[in-house]
Design a protein around this ligand. Structure first.
Ligand code: CA
Length: 730
């Protein structure tokens, strides 16, 4: 390959310093540790300066590495960032300093893979684009876990406005739930500059499981175009958060019925949403398949502008649960949409009839020629069915390119002659596709004999996804704590549960990267050292950049009582569970808490667990809380926490004087809670505290005997057959 082959930072710097139009600087194969690459140079349109690699897929930037480019006509290709994190605020930056930006530059075929700091709330961006006329294409970005946007287009100076950047053919891979604001995959602008034109084009990209927060894309500037992108199982929406004159057309949203998958959210003026395709989206409220928001009258720059002069037409929305009109209507957001049209859309659904939710007056939306499946209820305005603009018709759908297209309506939905972005035709070809979802039970089975520390020895030999199988009725004793470094199942399927005893302050420690499933076990605390604050399972005491899962099924947790404050699960600040599930478990004779998820106390919308599921469990003689789930603050960027609590009894729960929650079950700021078939006996109160947004809290078929009953701060809790009735203390 022609060019200047460089084999260390020193020779790279020398080559970069003297780079002339037409030069190719080639990084030698191998691992480049702590390599801060800076290329400030001026190429020519026909003779760009190229930074490339000896062989694609064989050059790795690790440790504290990054790239900064500035000047013009520079092309960068083939870099892979992994095993580390950027020492600065960005991994790839299209600037050297505030004054030295990039124009007419291109970054192509680069990879950023799981390149994160250890602290989940240390903020950085992976890519920051500044200047004008830059292109970012065919890159693969996967596994952004800490706070901060994956790719940001920055408009913070005159030189970066009307930029005409092109962001295309990129593969935005798995981006796990952050559990806070700041987990957007793509953001263009900020509220401060949102009335300026950006003119950025985002097309032909593939977004896969981009679940960081409820804005997959946060558009915050004017005149941007989002065209022909695919959103695959993404929790959230393409959000026109600020700025006007956005064009959103020909995009694909496939939810596959996964929770919180959404489509398009319209805010502001002169927005056009045409010919998009939505299928299998389940998201509610701000994550609906199509959401038109209410605004704030005379909105400050950072709040919600009224929807005006906007149009949604020729979109196909099939098998999706929610279309939300005037969403967010409240005392502050009282400005309903005006001079807006919803025309010629097909909304088809065989399962769900109440697809439309109308939160306020929609007379400012002109509905025309929208086609509904016969079962879908026509939306109502102020309680009256909207008389025109909707036609119910049983149309035939035909499969075309994997889409459901209404027969004979070829102007509807996306242009099928364009190639649809997939995981195959985006990103790079020469790097493996990463699957960072947490999967139990996909590895080998490892038999574990009874005895001392045999579980620990088996864990040491295990790989992620393996299953440790314990013997029926076996006695297992751990004199050392067991660190769980990856995804593991520990189980017995026999009728006589094996019994595990332990000595240390915890039995299992879920370390960063670990997840744990327990099945068919009995865990006793009777042999533990006589200290306060023991626990069966705990998370890392330090920030966990990886989310984790904890499941217990058919397990008994007994005699956790050698001293006070003995918990089943103990979580720490800056740790986050994707899910915690307790099914068919008995909790008996415990001095501390079973699930106390209250370690995020800054009240800035951060919390400890996304999904908590408790079903068919018995809580008996528990000193602390059975379940406590806390999310403070008024931020609206997250979906969770979400609680499912069913078929469960609480007997003598919550009376220990150290139980500061003074409750047996307490939820605070939870966004969605469905609780049903619960029995409380001789227990402290159930406390349901609502804070922000429109939390949906339902409590059904619940009885309290010799207990303190249920209290809430808000009558919005929906109760059915609760005895005695809930008291509301505002
Ligand atoms: Ca956000």
């Amino acid at each position: 390959m022609d060019g200047i082959l460089v084999n260390d930072i020193k020779s790279f710097k020398t080559a970069a310093k003297s780079a002339k139009p037409g030069d190719r600087i080639i990084l030698k194969n191998g691992v480049w540790e702590n390599a801060e690459l800076e290329l400030v140079a001026e190429g020519e349109e026909e003779n760009p300066i190229v930074l490339t690699v000896e062989e694609k897929g064989k050059v790795f930037l690790e440790g504290q590495s990054n790239l900064r480019i500035a000047g013009k006509h520079i092309v960068v290709e083939g870099l892979v960032f992994r095993n580390g994190h950027t020492p600065t605020g960005e991994v790839i930056s299209f600037k050297k300093s505030k004054k030295q930006l990039c124009n007419n530059c291109r970054v192509t075929e680069c990879v950023i893979d799981d390149y994160n700091p250890t602290e989940r709330f240390d903020t950085d961006y992976w890519v920051g684009i500044y200047g004008k006329n830059n292109r970012f294409d065919h890159n693969y970005l996967v596994g952004k876990r800490n706070r901060g946007v994956t790719l940001a287009v920055r408009l913070n100076s005159e030189e970066s406005l009307e930029n005409h950047h092109r962001i295309d053919h990129n593969y935005f891979g798995y981006n796990p739930i952050l559990g806070s604001n700041g987990g957007e995959t793509l953001r263009i602008g900020t509220s401060h500059h949102s009335l300026k034109n950006s003119n950025t084009l985002v097309e032909d990209n593939y977004f896969e499981m981009c679940n960081g927060e409820h804005e997959i894309i946060s558009n915050k500037s004017c005149q941007n175009t989002f065209r022909n992108n695919t959103f695959y199982e993404c929790q959230g929406t393409l959000t026109m958060r600020h700025g006007n004159e956005t064009l959103v057309e020909n995009n694909y949203f496939f939810g596959n019925r996964k929770a919180n998958t959404g489509g398009i959210r319209i805010i502001n003026e002169t927005q056009t949403v045409n010919n998009n395709y939505c299928e299998g989206l389940t998201g509610y409220r701000f994550r609906g398949a199509l959401v038109i928001m209410n605004g704030v009258p005379n909105s400050p720059i950072n709040r919600y502008f009224q929807v005006k002069d906007s149009k949604a037409s020729n979109n196909i929305i099939v098998d999706s649960d929610y279309i939300q009109l005037c969403a967010g209507s409240d005392e502050e957001r009282s400005a309903t949409p005006v001079n807006t049209e919803m025309v010629n859309n097909v909304i088809y659904n065989t399962e769900k009839n109440d697809v439309f939710t109308v939160y306020d007056d929609v007379s400012g939306i002109d509905f025309r020629d929208n086609l509904l499946s016969p079962n879908i209820e026509t939306p109502k305005n102020n309680g009256v069915e909207i008389s025109s603009g909707f036609v119910k018709k049983d149309v035939k759908f035909i499969e075309k390119n994997g889409l459901k297209i209404p027969e004979g309506m070829d102007n509807m939905g996306p242009d099928l002659s364009k190639e649809r972005p997939t995981s195959e035709n985006t990103g790079v070809e020469w790097y493996p596709k990463r699957d960072y979802t947490i999967r139990f039970d996909i590895g080998k089975e490892i038999p574990v004999e009874p005895g001392e520390n045999t579980i620990l020895e088996a864990v040491k030999k295990s790989s992620s996804g393996d299953v440790l199988v314990l013997e029926s009725g076996g006695k297992y004793h751990q004199s050392k704590a067991v660190e769980i470094p990856h995804t593991l199942t520990i189980k017995s399927l026999e009728s006589t549960k094996p019994e595990i005893t332990f000595e240390r302050s915890s039995l299992f420690n879920i370390e960063n990267g670990g997840s744990l499933k327990l099945m068919g076990l009995k865990v006793s605390g009777s042999q533990c050292d006589d200290y306060s604050g023991n626990s069966v399972v705990r998370t890392s005491r330090y920030s966990m950049i990886n989310n984790y899962k904890f499941m217990a099924r058919d397990c008994d947790f007994v005699d956790l009582d050698v001293n006070h404050s003995f918990n089943v699960l103990r979580v720490y600040k800056n740790t986050f569970a994707d899910s915690i599930e307790l099914v068919n478990c008995n909790f008996d004779n415990i001095t501390g808490h079973v699930l106390n998820l209250d370690k995020e106390t800054d009240d800035v919308g951060i919390y400890n667990a996304e999904n908590v599921l408790v079903d068919n469990c018995k809580f008996n003689d528990i000193g602390g809380v059975g379940i406590m789930l806390h999310r403070g603050g008024r931020d609206e960027s997250t979906f969770g926490p979400i609680l499912d609590l069913t078929n469960t009894s609480f007997t003598n729960v919550g009376h220990d004087k150290r139980n500061k929650h003074k409750a047996s079950v307490s939820i605070f700021g939870v966004q969605l809670a469905e609780m049903e078939n619960l029995e409380f006996k001789d227990s402290k109160k159930m406390n349901l505290h609502l804070i922000v947004g429109e939390p949906v809290i339902k409590l059904k078929n619940t009885s309290f005997e010799n207990s303190e009953g249920v209290t809430s701060n808000d009558p919005a809790v929906q109760t059915t057959n609760v005895n005695p009735k809930m008291t509301v203390n505002k």
